[in-house]
Write a protein that binds this ligand. Sequence first.
Ligand SMILES: *Cc1c(COP(=O)(O)O)cnc(C)c1O
Length: 454
Amino acid sequence: MNDSESSQVEVHDREVLENARSIIRGTESPRMWAQAVVEAVRKNEEWRGEQCINLLAPEAPTSPMVRALLSSEIGTRAAEGNIGRVNRWFAGTQYIDEVEALCVELLKVTFRCNYADHRLMGSMLGNMAVYHALTQPGDVIMSVPQPFGGHSSNRIDGPAGMRGLKILDVPFHGEELEVDLDGFAKTAREHKPKLVVMGMSMTLFPLPVEEMSQIIAEWGGKFVYDGAHQAGLIAGGQFQDPLKEGAVILTGSAGKTFSGPQSGMILWNDPELTRPITDTIFPVLAATHQVNRVAALAVSAAEMIEYGKFYMAQIVKNSKALGKALDEHGIPVLCAHKGYSQSHQIIARVKQFGGGLEVAHRLAQANIITNKNLVPEDKPEDWDHPSGLRIGTIEVTRLGMNENDMTIIADFIARVLIEGEDPASVGKDVIDFRLPKQTLYYNFDNEYPTWAKI
Ligand SMILES: *Cc1c(COP(=O)(O)O)cnc(C)c1O
């Protein structure tokens, strides 16, 4: 590294960037550079796609039909604005309009609501649209701090902070992982927040949407449910129905439990919100909006309508079963006294095994993919080295696995963490277990796994 390199401010890992530079230096052929990209994608597909047990909670494998649409011709077309011949800047969009209208209408059916928007690339932007549409700089909002599962999009370091909002904490019970309703009522009545935004990346149990909405209705406050993680569970009727319980807006990521292409979805019922929200989406946050992704989102909504109920119920059964099996091995899992979880996630306390960062990387050597996570006893500054591990069951469920498979997965994890076995040797058995399981279910190509034929 020379002097100018060492003084260059860099957020990325220097070694990984240097590796890329050495590939570029290694040949003068742009074709070879392109080949290096293709090769990295291929290696990921082989390892993460075929050999690993992926237990990342915000990740879902998309169906064959959704994947095919993601590389379709329609994705090369420009279509700004709202649906319809007068609303677009460009001519020739009639089939694109058909796709987009189907997407909007299918999302409404899926989430049982009056309005839906499909144009934003992620939930982070969806939340930004909500803040822009419903608040002014200086307004007070309440959201959940990160150690209790809150997401940065609703905190000072995300879109809420960027909007210049004053952000107060929704009090949380650490042991129960539930909102402290009395504490909430007290703080809320004192500060009268304009919005309460509940966005939980660590999400085990439904939230008291009705109770909280009633409290803030006293001064016209609005409840926004950032259901990035829970969108599929909500659509499948396996969690709670925030829009029925008092939330005025539901935002969601389509790439988490919803199991579609990574996208932001915004759902609401009140016609008064339609202009503020959609005028923020276009022309503020989206111009061309990836119509291939929109087509894929529409198909994943149809999949959710057809298979969501059974699929999401199995995801929850699997997370409970995995939590129980890990706990029985001596790996403590949060909220054992409440059945571990009613979602796609469980959270293990892994400080005694080296902490979240260390454990996640050790398991990755065994081809088991999880993520480090803050737990209630951590501080926000512990972000890089938290004491928890978040484990999700979306992908293993879509690969057709059930509760029996969860006990096998727990055995693999325990061999690494409890018995101290070499991760590489466990990893060989993980690959043997995973390789025969390549079919993705709960979609129009493959329907249900054989054990679930109903
Ligand atoms: C993942 C997540 C987001 C961001 O979603 P993207 O679709 O990745 O932009 C927002 N809010 C919460 C609570 C999340 O967990």
